[in-house]
Design a protein around this ligand. Structure first.
Ligand SMILES: O=P(O)(O)OC[C@H]1O[C@H](OP(=O)(O)OP(=O)(O)O)[C@H](O)[C@@H]1O
Ligand SMILES: Nc1ncnc2[nH]cnc12
Length: 173
């Protein structure tokens, strides 16, 4: 088994969280293992085109991956946040989730027109979160180079929702 396979094997499956019928993929045990975290950070970094300027990482678990990649591989990082956290907001997008609905906000003074941006998160489910983040990036006049996530929950249709975009995942379940 490769180091990456071992790392991905640490992802926990939790039934009925946060609501009945949802099989939640929890990356906490992976993040808690130094070697596994590093292997996944490096594997995800390899999916990012070299001409990318900055990462847009989605709250909350995307921050861990995005922060790790940015620090180790020399990218800037933009934290895309849930409402009520940012002092100054450039733009916001609302969307539907596997469990409920949500809004994401882009911090002011971060992404500039013409920049090339990679969207980073842990899980791709319905694709609503990634699509909303791409919309924020593109409304700022920037370009999405790739959507890179660790796990793709294929049955939930995220890749279809992101059709036409470059989508890279380390594991599809
Ligand atoms: O493809 P989608 O259907 O949009 O789902 C994927 C999103 O759901 C999870 O975040 P969650 O909303 O649970 O927030 P959290 O990271 O703050 O726990 C996950 O981290 C992704 O951001
Ligand atoms: N099943 C799931 N596990 C982890 N994160 C998710 N986000 C949406 N669906 C999810």
């Amino acid at each position: 088994m490769s180091q990456l396979e071992h790392a991905l094997g640490l992802i926990a499956e939790v039934p009925d969280f946060p609501q009945p019928g949802v099989l939640f993929r929890d990356l906490s045990p992976l993040f808690a293992d130094a070697k596994a975290f590093r292997v996944v950070v490096d594997a995800l970094a390899e999916t990012i085109p070299a001409d990318t300027d900055v990462l847009a990482a989605v709250e909350a678990r995307g921050f861990l991956l995005g922060g790790g990649i940015a620090a180790a591989h020399d990218f800037g990082l933009v934290p895309v946040r849930k409402p009520g956290k940012l002092p100054t907001v450039a733009d916001e997008v609302s969307y539907d989730l596997e469990y409920g609905s949500a809004t994401l906000q882009l911090p002011a003074g971060t992404i500039r027109a013409g920049q090339r941006v990679a969207v980073i998160d842990d899980v791709l489910a319905t694709g609503g979160t990634a699509a909303a983040t791409c919309e924020l990036v593109e409304r700022a006049g920037a370009e999405v180079t790739v959507v890179s996530v660790v796990v793709d929950l294929a049955a939930l249709g995220g890749r279809e929702r992101l059709a036409g975009r470059s989508v890279r995942t380390l594991l599809s379940v």
